[in-house]
Every structure is written in structure tokens, then in C-alpha cells.
Ligand binder design. Sequence first.
Ligand SMILES: Nc1ncnc2c1ncn2[C@@H]1O[C@H](COP(=O)(O)OP(=O)(O)OP(=O)(O)O)[C@@H](O)[C@H]1O
Ligand SMILES: [Mg+2]
Length: 510
Amino acid sequence: MTDTHLELQGGTKRFGATVALSDVDLVVRRGSVHALVGENGAGKSTLGKVVAGVHTLDAGQLLVEGRPVELRSPRQALGLGLTIIAQELSLVPERSVVENVFLGLEDHSGPWVRRSAIRRRFDELVRSSGIAVPADALVSSLTVGQQQKVEILRALARRAQVVVMDEPTARLGAGETEALRSTVRRLAAAGTTVVFVSHFLDEVLSLADTITVMRDGRVVRTGPASAEDHRSLIEGMTGRTMDASFPDRLPAPADAREVLRVEGLSRRGSFEDVSFSVRAGEVVALAGLVGAGRSEVVRALYGADRADAGTVTLDGRVLRAKNPAQAIARGISMIPESRKDQGLLMGRSVRENVSLPFLRGLSRGGLVQRGQERRQTGQLARDVGVKTASSESPVLALSGGNQQKVLFARSLMRTPSLLIADEPTRGVDVGAKRTIYDLIADLAAQGVAVLMVSSELEEVLGLAHRVLVMRGGRLVSELAGDAATEDSIMAAAFGTRTASAAVPESRGEH
Ligand SMILES: Nc1ncnc2c1ncn2[C@@H]1O[C@H](COP(=O)(O)OP(=O)(O)OP(=O)(O)O)[C@@H](O)[C@H]1O
Ligand SMILES: [Mg+2]
């Protein structure tokens, strides 16, 4: 008996002129956690989708338990025990957890017993996997972490033996991330093979048995995780040595003009009596746990949600943005939390997505100056390192991290008074992270006020002049200079004196 579960021989996949996978050889052992790492656009998601039958190979072959298979659809792949939990979740929001878990699975026991039978299977699944989610809750009411669990239950309900997880922790906070990691370990211990894609190299190093490093659609090497470290992985991914540290932080001039002032801002059920200010040239971070209200506060600032009480002043004038367009008109740029739901028009081109909110500014006599638009958007896309065949490619043809960079390019279309960045580097590779950090530091140096939300404490500490910690919808602490440490932030976020014992890794809750 061989313990090779999955094998790819000479796997090649093209999208038009783009070679997403080039002659890829890969062996994945049964019951292993096999990580794929690589820069944005390296081909990780494409490989995962080939395994799950979403994409068909142009050349080469896939073998399952030594037998060549030709996958024509995800359904067929599932029949062979292969499935993927994609980078963007694919649940039906207005259905319950149970319905989502068993969606599309036929049950032939007739209309009457069906409900209870399905419920029994659900309970059994929860028991055997140790993954608990409220059965009757609507998926739309769940946190992202819970939704991720629903996706895993769904894969298990289909008796998946190979589960590809594409950046499953990119949208999770520390607690949920740790829970997901134990789930992965449990699955592997029970013989399920997990192909794990992540940009968090520490996570990859601690979780994976085997790591495959990819670059430009090729496999650089595959080997035991114990033979790699941070440095070797970055070197393999990028072909150069690099430390992904942070740009120098200019001291925020204490007497700089106040760009943003928030006073007594409240929104029922989300946050209450929030007051703070951000000066020109200052980077202020909002930190806190899941549901602490950070994203809700920034959404209210840029007009995506309405506040019930309080005032917002921008550049000395009261701001009452009823929608993001009005906030943009007043000089706010933002990178929203969810690129798909709030940010990008997936079917439109990179150029259109970058310039869309600014078309009026690019118009003369009602006509958009296309030449100028092209030049400007093209330059910005290059500045932030968007990897795409052309600015005319639809955003859906870009890798996940490159989609995030498009949002960043958009926020730079005009130098704003205030940049609001909600998870600016989510899903972005180590090299591109540094580029984004440099751009944020540059903007601050030019006098832009920056308000950021980030679940990566390292990022918060590396970039921010001041950290505002939220807990339960309220601002509970302000930390600056040496007072801002991982421990002090987490202690404030949890409401304990010292929280280091409660936080296993360096990432904060989202
Ligand atoms: N549906 C598609 N149509 C056209 N091109 C695509 C499509 N999907 C992926 N590509 C291209 O294939 C290449 C590999 O993309 P892939 O999504 O596999 O990268 P990735 O390693 O997952 O990156 P990331 O870390 O950003 O998620 C990229 O150049 C991307 O633009
Ligand atoms: Mg991807």
C-alpha cells in the first residue's frame, strides 16, 4: 500500500496567455497537511482548483491513489473525495447552517423523515469532527470564522478525503485561527489529507508536515516543514532574500493639524460613544477582538453605515456622509473590509475598478479623458505591484492578493486627507506587504491622516503611531510609543491585566 494520496505529473494550466501552472510535479501523502506557499499569482489557488475539479488541466495528469483521473467538474471530483474551501466563501447566506451543509446532497428517504434524518446526520457530523456551529442559524448571521466551519462541515458531509483550504485563516482572528488549526490537525490525524494555502509563514511552519514552494506557476521545491524557516521560504518564493520588516516611522508632529475628529459616535448594537482624533501625518490603528466594533466604526465614518449619534469632523468641517461617494468627495479614501462585497466589480477591468469613483475628476465637458485615465491607473497598478496580463483584464482573472492590491491602487488615485484602511494587506504576500507598508508610510509622510484596522498585531505595532483598542463597542484604551506592545494591546482587548497566556500566536483577534 502506498501512502501517496494525490499526485500531479507535469500539470500545466493556461488562462489565455497566462501560464498559471507550468509543468508542476507534486506528491501529496495521505493524512498529511501539505502547505502551498508562494507570492500572489504564483498559482496556488489554480493548483487547488485543479485538484477540486474546478479547473481542467491543459497538459499533464492528476492521479488519485495512483490512478490517473480526468476531472470535468467539482461534482465529479467530490465523487473521488476531493474538494476545496475556496479563497472566497461560497455559502448561501439566506439558508440555515444545516441546509448549507447538505445542499445538493440527495436524500432519498422521502419528504417526511428527511428533515430529522438530515438533522441526525448533522449532529453526528458535529460530534465526530468536534466542529460546532448553531444548526438553525442563518449563514448570513454567522461570523466569518463560523462560516469557515460550515464550509468544513460541508466538505466532511460529502466524505471528502482531500480538502484544499485556500487561505482559510486570512479572515479570522486569533481565537478562531487557533480553532481552525486544531481542526486541521484533527482532520489529518483521522486520515484526511489537507492541502493548505496561506501567506502566514509562521502558521505554515507550525501546522504543515510538508511544504511546497511555488513561484511563477512552477514548483521551486517540496520538502518537510522542519527543513524550512521564515527566511528560506521567503527566499524560495521570491528568489531573493528580504526581510519583511517595516518602513521607518516619522514621529507624528504633536502640533500637526487635526484632520479627523470623532466625538461621541454611536450606532445601536455596534458601538457606543466613540471619540478620537487623527492628525495630519499620523497613523492610528484600531485594534480589538472580533465584534469589538472596529470595522463598524470605520464604515460609519465613510458613509457605508449610518451613525445614530455623535459628530464627525473632517478638515474642520462637519462630515455627514450618507454613502461612500460623499465621503470620497470630501477627501476620504478607503480600502473596505470585504473586497468582493464592498469593493470590487469582479467583471470589470482593473482600470475601471481603480478609476470608477473618480471618473468625474477625469472628465472634461462630460467626457472621460481615457488617455489620462489609462496612464494614471496603469501607473498606480504598477506602484502597488498588481500582477496582471493587462489593465484591461477583468478583476476576476486576478489572483486574490492582486485583487487586494487593486483596491489599494484605487485608494491612491488621489491624495486624500484621510485614508481609511480596513485590513489593507489581507491575502497579500510578504513582498507586496512591504510595498503596501511603504505606501502607507509615504502617505503619512506627505501629511495624510491614516486610520487603519488590522488583525495582525505586528502590522499595527510596525506602522501605527497610536493604537486605539476597542472592546464591546467602546474605546477602552489608547496606547502610544513604548506603551503599545502585543501584551498591552491584547490585555486591553480582552479586558484582562495580562493576556499573553490567552493569545497563543502573534496575530490579534479580528
Ligand atoms: N479565471 C482566471 N482567468 C484568467 N487568469 C486567471 C484566472 N485565475 C487565475 N488566473 C491567473 O493565474 C495566475 C495564478 O493565479 P492564482 O489565483 O492561482 O494565484 P495564487 O498563488 O493563488 O495567488 P494569491 O496569493 O494572490 O491568491 C495569475 O496570474 C492569475 O492572474
Ligand atoms: Mg489564491
